[in-house]
Each structure stands twice: as structure tokens, then as C-alpha cells.
Design a protein around this ligand. Structure first.
Ligand SMILES: C[S@@+](CC[C@H](N)C(=O)[O-])C[C@H]1O[C@@H](n2cnc3c(N)ncnc32)[C@H](O)[C@@H]1O
Length: 365
């Protein structure tokens, strides 16, 4: 049994859905449209913390389990966490444990600290008392957001294009995860600075990437080289090339079993655009993506998965979704796949953003 915990919000977790380190678990359930109609869409969450249950407890007294664990599993340091007890309460409870077993512990658990103190190098263990569904569990942390590692795919990468907006590495990882466990190779036909490709490389997927802009090819390769050196992983420099995504050929798709991409999201927005202009832009982009998919349609097999983000423009009164794209998929041989029991897609956004991203999975029929 496993739990997922984001800032004390604990949920039971199905380890089978956990692939590259991200899941489709949702920690912020409701996203409301700004118009009078209320459309609820989930926001994607990164994995904050995944706990494995070591033992179900009869009450909140986890001291003997803790002592057992420490005796059998020597680590440099133990972090103790709980979604029930405060830091002070943990310290008080552990006061007498310290008499029976010698250990260094810390009740300040956050992903930055974990990373700094060596959790990802297996130097420290994180143990927790979790309360879930009125029951108590003694748990061990098995994975968490590796914040300092994600920085390398973000503002620390050598080739960046701030002006174009940077794809958050969390989002890229989330999207790669949505491709499914069986996918071994991926193509990003709008590769930009190569965020998706860098994460594919780091996570052992073979990949290809292309972009219409000439500059982005050496730029992406520079970023891939950086990841290759950091994590000691190899890639083929011929796998990134210049190409208009509307002209992808069967040759380009050779050896590729999926597409994962944040494509062109439209021109940057000032916030004072007229609704009618945003709708027009959204329709034009929908036509562009329909052409893109139609070109692919004859060149890929049935079931071929495509995970993409499409823009959603925000005005004061409403959100403009690319409905014309979704409504016309069937005509060109594709269908949208449900990503959540109640919803087709995810919205990825921050409050201050004028362009939101809709994460969508499409498959060839
Ligand atoms: C938001 S960025 C892509 C981010 C990228 N997927 C990543 O993982 O970092 C959009 C990219 O689409 C490219 N683009 C726009 N129109 C294109 C087209 N027709 N064919 C290929 N690339 C295109 C732009 O040059 C830009 O680099």
C-alpha cells in the first residue's frame, strides 16, 4: 500500500500508474471557469512525496516501529514526518526514543532539504506517521520531487529562450508520463530549447526532436550535451534536426512510437486582447494543429499516442479553449483519450498566466 502526500493532503496511491516519476494524481481538484458556467477541470500535480506503508498501526504510537526500523536500516540520518503531528509533537514523542537508540533526526521535511541532505543518493531515510481514512500507518518515503534536479532542465540549462516562455520541466515530465509505460521512444516536433528531449534522455527514452527555427537545433543539442554529461547518458546528435512540423515524413518517424510536445502556443499576450481576436487566433491555431495531425495520420499505426499541450487563452470573463480542434479530430482519424475518470484533459496554469496549457492525449484510431 502506498500514499501520496502533497503538503499534508494524503491520498492512497496506485503504484502501477507511477512511471517516470510523475502521476496523474490531482491535488488541487477544482479549476473553475471564469464565466457563469462552471466547468471543473483538474490541474496536474507533480509527485510531492510517495510513501510506502511499512506497517498499519493500532494507534498513533509509532515509536517501537521507528526503533525497529533504525536498528535494521542504518542511514546517516532520519527525517521524521507526519500528516498528523506537528514538528513540535514529533520532537516530544521522540524524546524517549532517543534513550533506547542513538540516531540523528530532523523533523523539517521538505523537498529542498531532502535533496541537499542526500535522500536521492540514499544517504538519509524519511519515515512518517500517516493518518489516512481514520487509520494510522508507519511509512517510509520512497520518492519525492527532486527540486534541485529539475532546475537543470529549467533556468540552469545552457540554452534558454526567456522571451519565448520556458516549458516547465515538471510539465514535460508529467506529459511523458501520460504516454504510458509501454512507450520507449518519443518525438517532439516542436522541440524549442529541448526541455522534453532532455527529460526523455534522462529517463532512458530514445528520442527525436525537430523545430522550424534553425537556432533551436544547436541550442537543443547544447542542452542535451549538458544533461548527457550531468547524468552520464548517451544520445545521438543526429536525432535533432530542423523541420517544419507540417512536413514530417515517414522517415522522420522511423523508430518512434509516440509524440510528446508542447507546440506553438500563439503570440505572447498583453492581457488587453479582444475576445473576438483571441477566438480567431485559437481557431487558426486549431487549423494548424489539424493540418499537423492530418499529415501524421497516414504515417502512424493505430493506437499511436500523442500527448500535447494546447493553449487556452484567458480573458476577464472566460477561457477560450481550442474546441474546433477537439471537434474535428474524428474526421482525420484520431480520438481524444480520457486522462482522468471525470475529465478528458488537464489544465496547467499559474494564477498570473494569460495563456494556460491544456494537456491532451490523442490516439490514432
Ligand atoms: C513552446 S516552444 C516548444 C517547447 C518544447 N516542446 C520544449 O520541450 O521545450 C514552441 C516551438 O515551436 C516551434 N514552431 C513553431 N511553428 C513550428 C512549425 N511549423 N514547425 C516546427 N516547429 C515550430 C517554435 O520555433 C518554438 O521553438
Amino acid at each position: 500500500m502506498y500514499f501520496y502526500d502533497a503538503c499534508g493532503d494524503t491520498k492512497q496511491f496506485d503504484i502501477e500508474t507511477y512511471n517516470l516519476g510523475f502521476t496523474d494524481l490531482v491535488y488541487q481538484e477544482d479549476f473553475k471557469l471564469l464565466s457563469s458556467e462552471t466547468l471543473v477541470q483538474p490541474k496536474p500535480a507533480s509527485v510531492r512525496c510517495i510513501y510506502k506503508v511499512i506497517k498499519k498501526l493500532d494507534n498513533s504510537d509509532f515509536k517501537s516501529e521507528l526503533v525497529n526500523f533504525i536498528k535494521n536500516n542504518p542511514f546517516k540520518k532520519y527525517f521524521i514526518n507526519s500528516n498528523l503531528l506537528s514538528k513540535k509533537e514529533i520532537l516530544t514523542q521522540l524524546y524517549d526514543v532517543k534513550k533506547s537508540v542513538k540516531f540523528h533526526f530532523d523533523a523539517d521535511v521538505n523537498t529542498f532539504l531532502l535533496s541537499k541532505r542526500g535522500f536521492f543518493k540514499q544517504k538519509v531515510a524519511v519515515l512518517a506517521l500517516m493518518r489516512f481514512d481514520r487509520k494510522f500507518y508507519f511509512c517510509e518515503l520512497i520518492d519525492a520531487d527532486n527540486v534541485s534536479q529539475l532546475e537543470m532542465f529549467d533556468y540552469k540549462k545552457p540554452y534558454r529562450k526567456q522571451r519565448q516562455g520556458m516549458m516547465p520541466p515538471k510539465l514535460a515530465l508529467f506529459m511523458l508520463n501520460l504516454l504510458g509505460k509501454d512507450v520507449k521512444s518519443v518525438y517532439d516536433p516542436f522541440c524549442g530549447t529541448g526541455t522534453t528531449l532532455m527529460l526523455a534522455l534522462k529517463n532512458g527514452l530514445s528520442f527525436k526532436g525537430s523545430d522550424i527555427s534553425e537556432d533551436n537545433i544547436p541550442g537543443s543539442l547544447e542542452n542535451l550535451e549538458y544533461i548527457s554529461n550531468k547524468f552520464d547518458v548517451d544520445y545521438d546528435s543526429n536525432s535533432v534536426f530542423q523541420k517544419d512540423a507540417l512536413k514530417i515524413s515517414s522517415e522522420d518517424l522511423k523508430g518512434i512510437s509516440s509524440i510528446c510536445s508542447e507546440g506553438f502556443l500563439g503570440k505572447p499576450k498583453a492581457g488587453n486582447e479582444e475576445l473576438i481576436d483571441l477566438v480567431r487566433e485559437s481557431d487558426n491555431l486549431a487549423d494548424f494543429y489539424l493540418d499537423f495531425l492530418e499529415n501524421l495520420s497516414g504515417k502512424i499505426e493505430s493506437g499511436f499516442p500523442i500527448v500535447m499541450t494546447f493553449p487556452v487563452y484567458k480573458t476577464e470573463k472566460r477561457l477560450v479553449f481550442m474546441d474546433t480542434l477537439y471537434n474535428n479530430l474524428k474526421d482525420i482519424g484520431f480520438k481524444q483519450v480520457k486522462l482522468h475518470p471525470k475529465h478528458m484533459s488537464y489544465l496547467y496554469s499559474r494564477d498570473d498566466q494569460r495563456v494556460l496549457r491544456q494537456v491532451v492525449k490523442i490516439v490514432k484510431v
